[in-house]
Write a protein that binds this ligand. Structure first.
Ligand SMILES: Nc1ncnc2c1ncn2[C@@H]1O[C@H](COS(=O)(=O)NC(=O)[C@@H](N)CO)[C@@H](O)[C@H]1O
Length: 419
């Protein structure tokens, strides 16, 4: 969310962000509504003040004047009450519009309506060339009995899976290995619930707008989150964080649930796009200083790249366009890992800076050195998301006989050279 002061003082910047992010919102209607709300608040305050002055004069007034004074005070109170009812409705409408305002993207973001305007920042790692016909991850899984991708769908429906045997162990080993690597970078390990209140989805910016992507649990007024970011963003809501407690660094591990409502027909084979997966999320709450959050953005990216280099997975870093980065983002870099069977890079990580856009929605504030209370900046990046990461891991390291050679970083954990 943006502040109303910012909108009033930076109308053109906001209009440009609305255009560049392809957002359908009428900023003039919002500002008109803001004007109405402010006028109504002033009117109510004036009425309340006058009413209080009359009440105060009551004791010293001439008894003959008291009935008229009483009537006037009553009438003012009634009028103020009417305006307040209308004001509540107008304020609600203004708040709803405010929630749909985009965050201002950084000036280095490619301007364009969708991912076709994304640019490749760097490519790292050698694309493997096989002297045999490489298999896709489903074939490798089937020949090694590393998952159930069939009968489980009778139990749990489409886009479900059971990892089995050494691949199930590998997923656990991967997450533990990544957690230790992040702990070494100063991140506090957290297990994070997927169940969350709708307000937590509003805080991150998933709601309003992406309700269809979340599983709803109406009996308990809860939803299942598609990312640990949702619980982590609201964990400190309403607190005023002391300066010496910043930056807060969480490595949040959680199950993630996504309906993939809009993905019918895409990635239906195998493990790339499923309804339930597990993610270790890097999450940062820092001072609202552009240079500091830019530094954290670079470090979140570097942490994910460190993991991919250790996993010996070729990847590319992408600068996402204003239309692809999402409503609240200041900056987003995706990391895409090479998937041999597709002959292309596929997103496995997404690194975002949100400036204070989420903090305003989540009421996340800190107290600076001069004791001034300000909104923080929030950032997040995938550390590892499984089973998607298993796809490039299996396919890039496959051998002609269908075995998979483990990257050196995992051989100790997995007790051998091969999965
Ligand atoms: N349906 C899905 N199935 C499997 N993996 C998924 C699915 N949706 C997302 N992911 C994985 O989760 C990663 C992060 O998802 S994201 O929506 O892009 N970004 C976030 O959730 C951020 N909180 C950063 O993690 C993706 O890059 C991908 O690796």
């Amino acid at each position: 969310m943006l502040s109303l002061n910012f909108i009033r003082e930076n109308g053109d910047t906001v209009r440009k962000a609305i255009a560049d992010k392809n957002v359908d919102i009428d900023i003039d209607a919002l500002l008109a509504l803001d004007g109405e709300v402010r006028a109504m608040k002033t009117e109510v305050d004036d009425l309340r003040r006058q009413r209080n002055e009359i009440s105060a004069s009551f004791k010293t007034a001439d008894p003959s004047e008291r009935p008229a004074l009483g009537a006037k005070a009553k009438e003012m109170g009634a009028r103020a009450g009417e305006i307040e009812a209308a004001l509540a409705e107008k304020s609600g409408a203004l708040e709803a519009l405010m929630l749909r305002l985009p965050g201002i993207p950084w000036d280095g973001a490619p301007i364009g309506p969708d991912e076709t305007f994304n640019t490749v920042v760097r490519q790292v790692g050698e694309i493997p060339s096989f002297d045999f016909e490489p298999r896709d991850h489903v074939a490798l899984i089937e020949m090694n009995d590393w998952a159930d991708l069939g009968r489980i769908t009778q139990v749990s429906g489409s886009r479900q899976y059971c990892l089995k045997g050494r691949l199930a162990l590998l997923e656990q080993a991967l997450m533990f290995w990544a957690q230790q690597k992040l702990a070494a970078e100063g991140f506090t390990m957290m297990t994070v619930p997927a169940l969350a209140r709708p307000s937590a989805f509003v805080a991150t910016g998933h709601f309003p707008g992406h309700e269809e992507e979340a599983y709803e649990i109406p009996k308990d007024e809860l939803y299942l989150a598609g990312t640990g970011e949702i619980a982590l963003t609201s964990l400190h809501s309403g607190e005023i964080i002391e300066a010496d407690k910043l930056p807060i660094l969480y490595a949040g591990y959680s199950p993630c649930f996504r309906r993939e409502a809009g993905s019918a027909g895409r990635d239906v084979r195998g493990l790339l796009r499923v309804h339930q997966f597990y993610k270790l999320e890097q999450y940062v709450i820092c001072e609202d200083d552009d240079a500091i959050s830019a530094e954290w953005h670079a470090r979140l990216l570097a942490n994910a790249e460190m993991l991919l280099k250790d996993l010996e997975i070729p990847y590319q870093v992408v600068e996402t366009s204003t239309g692809d980065m999402g409503l609240g983002k200041y900056r987003m870099n995706d990391i895409e890992s090479w998937v041999p069977s597709l002959g292309k890079y596929r997103e496995t990580h997404s690194c975002s800076t949100l400036h204070d856009w989420q903090a305003r929605r989540a009421n996340l504030r800190w107290r600076d050195g001069e004791r001034k209370v300000r909104f923080v900046h929030t950032l997040n990046n995938t550390a590892l998301a499984s089973p998607r990461i298993l796809v490039p891991l299996l396919e890039n390291h496959q051998q002609a006989d269908g075995r998979v050679k483990l990257p050196k970083a995992l051989q100790g954990l997995m007790g051998g050279e091969y999965l």
